[in-house]
Design a binder for this molecule. Structure first.
Ligand SMILES: *Cc1c(COP(=O)(O)O)cnc(C)c1O
Length: 226
């Protein structure tokens, strides 16, 4: 199966899951995660109509975006752990940052944005018990939302999470939906929920995800890093 067929198949599965959940498939944003794949994959996806791509490392994002060049309407989503000293480079390349998980990172992105259009950001929630994982603890999400809402060059759009391993995804995504409701008490229109990957996007859709981050089901197995 080629890229186009895999994309069409995933989109059909997304539409099925949306209908099963009583949701409008047209209201979902499917982000194709292109990490580890070279720039020509992005070119091919663009020709297939893809306008949202995701990368999880700043350097790879910056280089790939430069190689791909200007493409009207193409949005680069940064979905990985971000170091504050990379904030400027991330901000220069990304349309959306999904992984704001601490006040210091919000501040660094904010400071890097002087004179720029507001940056869409999502607050990442850690749904595991392991504090070493990315994301803020669910009980700290309200405080982070209030902090990020005060960053004048950022626009808080909602929440993001990765389902924990070794646990069914559905209850974890329900916890994320609760965090989304908490964030909306601070920023009422922050309705985006970024959740769902190759293995669990149907569960994410039934729990209310608005932005799906799907890699290997579309791009095929990731090439081994040399
Ligand atoms: C790699 C990655 C994805 C996509 O994962 P697949 O299982 O290949 O669909 C989604 N979200 C994040 C944060 C990732 O790092």
């Amino acid at each position: 199966m080629g890229l186009g067929e895999r994309l069409a198949e995933v989109d059909a599965r997304i539409a099925d899951a949306a209908r099963a959940a009583g949701r409008d498939p047209g209201a979902l944003t499917r982000i194709v995660v292109t990490k580890f794949h070279a720039a020509p994959v992005v070119d091919e996806l663009y020709r297939l109509g893809v306008r949202d791509v995701g990368e999880n490392r700043q350097q790879e994002l910056t280089e790939k975006k430069r190689e791909v060049g200007d493409r009207e309407g193409l949005r680069w989503h940064f979905i990985g752990q971000a170091q504050t000293n990379k904030a400027r480079a991330i901000r220069a390349a990304a349309s959306v940052v999904h992984s704001v998980d601490r006040a210091r990172l919000a501040d660094a992105l904010d400071a890097a944005g002087e004179g720029m259009p507001r940056l869409d950001v999502l607050l990442q929630v850690n749904l595991t018990d392991d504090p070493g994982r990315g994301g803020t603890a669910p009980d700290a999400i309200e405080e982070l939302a209030a902090h990020a809402a005060g960053c004048t060059t950022l626009r808080v759009r909602g929440v993001m999470a990765v389902a924990p391993l070794g646990e069914p995804p559905a209850p974890a995504f329900e916890r994320l939906a609760a965090c989304s409701a908490t964030v909306r008490t601070v920023v009422p229109d922050a309705a985006w929920i970024s959740a769902g990957m190759t293995a669990d996007f149907a569960e994410a859709i039934s729990a209310g995800a608005t932005h799906l981050r799907i890699g290997s089901a579309i791009t095929g197995p990731r090439p081994v890093r040399g």
